[in-house]
Design a protein around this ligand. Structure first.
Ligand code: NAD
Length: 240
């Protein structure tokens, strides 16, 4: 018996990094997982299926939704994980940098959830997990655009937890705010700075993708049946 037997999960940005770790963890517990990403899957795992999707493309998201429902008939778990950074000090930040990050990290989450959330409400069951960040909780120098989106998804999380359950459906909506986790998104950050970030955690180290996937698995499963509207900080005890 897996914790997610017979469940259908969608993980955006599921081609690598945190999305990969979550997709694999869900599949190992019995879920069928659709890893929706602009890029090709960088791995193979039984019952994880790639789908080419840009979450900023409204028509593409609708076509994805239609295709998933035609094939599987339902979605039980949605992880809004696709995200990007385009860092710059605020005085130098371009419109392009601001808009790109808002479009993927915030509008992309909205594009997905306005379709899958109401579906879960009608089906009476679902778990939505939004991937925020320690940067959305504390703010960070050079990341005004990113911090705005990651704080924004915490607001969306609390809103959707109320909206989709208001008629009594068992739909839970939570966020995970990871600290610094070793994936490609950290590639542009110099090692000295990563070492400084590690020192800012109580555990004195950065995290691994599997340490976020285990939290996502908990929230996705019925183990978290009375948890909704929450943000789980998985950051090794970091303060920024
Ligand atoms: N790694 C960290 O330290 C960390 C910390 C906090 C939060 N996060 C968040 O976790 C999420 C995953 O990050 P990661 O570290 O795995 O990064 P990553 O760069 O390794 O993976 C991100 C994935 O998202 C996909 N993606 C980007 N834009 C997309 C779009 N428009 N449509 C569909 N897919 C798109 C990419 O192709 C990629 O596969 C992001 O939302 C990120 O902000 C990461």
């Amino acid at each position: 018996m897996g914790k997610l037997d017979h469940k259908v999960a969608v993980v955006t940005g599921g081609a690598k990094g945190l999305g990969q770790a979550m997709a694999v963890a869900f599949a190992k517990e019995g879920a069928t997982v659709i890893a929706a990403d602009m890029g090709e899957l960088t791995y193979t795992e039984k019952n994880v299926f790639g789908y080419n999707l840009n979450v900023t493309d409204v028509a593409g998201v609708q076509a994805f939704y239609d295709a998933v429902i035609a094939k599987y008939g339902k979605v039980d778990i949605l992880v809004n994980n696709a995200g990007i950074t385009k860092d710059s000090m605020t005085r130098k930040m371009t419109d392009e940098q601001w808009d790109a990050v808002i479009n993927v990290n915030l509008k992309g989450v909205f594009n997905m959830t306005r379709l899958f959330g109401p579906l879960m409400e009608v089906n009476g069951y679902g778990s939505i997990i939004n991937i925020s960040s320690v940067v959305g909780v504390f703010g960070n120098i050079g990341q005004a655009n990113y911090a705005a989106t990651k704080a924004g998804v915490i607001g969306l999380t609390m809103t959707w937890a109320k909206e989709f359950a208001r008629k009594g459906a068992n739909v839970r909506v939570n966020a995970i705010a990871p600290g610094y986790i070793m994936t490609d998104i950290l590639k542009t950050i110099p090692q000295e700075l990563l070492d400084e970030f590690a020192k800012l955690t109580m555990l004195k180290r950065l995290g691994q993708p599997e340490e976020i996937a285990s939290v996502a698995l908990f929230l996705a499963s019925d183990d978290a049946s009375y948890i909704t509207g929450q943000t789980i900080n998985a950051n090794g005890g970091m303060r920024l």
